[in-house]
Design a protein around this ligand. Structure first.
Ligand SMILES: C[S@@+](CC[C@H](N)C(=O)[O-])C[C@H]1O[C@@H](n2cnc3c(N)ncnc32)[C@H](O)[C@@H]1O
Length: 232
């Protein structure tokens, strides 16, 4: 219950760390986050005009990557409840794409109006995951694509042990120093460790009504890219 409450309020924490968020990401992931977002962009079809919605867009790194790598994106929309994150996103996008201040559990877009929904490192922060998945399904067109990037834990036990040591003890300290908020980075490791990743998340996608579900493990399994489609 406590975490559900914290998740419902997590956008306030992102407002506090917004200015240092990108720098902390680059450093703490040793630049891997850039590679993961590129991998996400490669999963976006390049053969037809697309409307893309990026949920939990934050400072818009996903949208920027997509717009740079996919010239067929006609409409790009980013959504996030944290206004300070969106203020940075607005500067970075420099007029490309539009931004909505909102919640993934209640998306202010019409039914079947979006070809691609992305969400990078956001689903873990949502209090009611099933509600958000229902909303994604609602706004996607028939045969539309969902791409979710999220942290996970390495399967290999030796790598997992080393990673957990870094994740629990080193990352909150360095993240706290860079972003000025130790709590934000201990929240990160707690929510990642309790998130039902891999097959468990694929099962939730299936239960929500998605099809053609795949999970691609990235960088020893410290992140996973999930792709799924709506029925044609
Ligand atoms: C770790 S950041 C990810 C930002 C960006 N997608 C990226 O790849 O860097 C998580 C974002 O989720 C947003 N968030 C928190 N709760 C949310 C919700 N219920 N719906 C949509 N976004 C939410 C936060 O405000 C924050 O900007």
């Amino acid at each position: 219950m406590e975490n559900r409450f914290r998740k419902a309020e997590s956008w306030k924490m992102f407002n506090r760390i917004a200015r240092r968020y990108d720098a902390a990401n680059r450093l703490l992931s040793a630049g891997q986050d850039v590679i993961w977002r590129r991998k996400c962009a490669r999963e976006v079809p390049g053969d037809r005009p697309l409307t893309v919605l990026d949920l939990a867009t934050g400072t818009a790194d996903v949208l920027k990557t997509l717009l740079r790598r996919r010239r067929n994106i006609r409409v790009a929309v980013g959504l996030d409840p944290a206004k300070e994150m969106l203020a940075i996103a607005r500067r970075k996008l420099a007029g490309n794409g539009s931004l909505l201040n909102g919640d993934a559990q209640c998306i202010a877009l019409r039914d079947h109006s979006v070809d691609i929904v992305c969400m990078a490192f956001g689903i873990r922060n949502v209090a009611n995951v099933e509600k958000a998945l229902r909303e994604m399904l609602r706004v996607l067109v028939a045969g539309g694509k969902l791409l979710i990037l999220e942290f996970s834990l390495p399967q290999n036990s030796a790598i997992r042990k080393i990673y957990l040591c870094y994740f629990r003890h080193v990352l909150p300290v360095i993240g706290g120093l860079i972003a000025g908020d130790h709590g934000a980075y201990s929240y990160l490791n707690r929510t990642v460790e309790e998130f039902p990743a891999g097959e468990a998340f694929c099962a939730r996608l299936q239960l929500a009504g998605f099809t053609r579900i795949k999970a691609h493990s990235l960088t020893f399994g410290i992140a996973t890219l999930y792709s799924a489609e709506t029925r044609p």
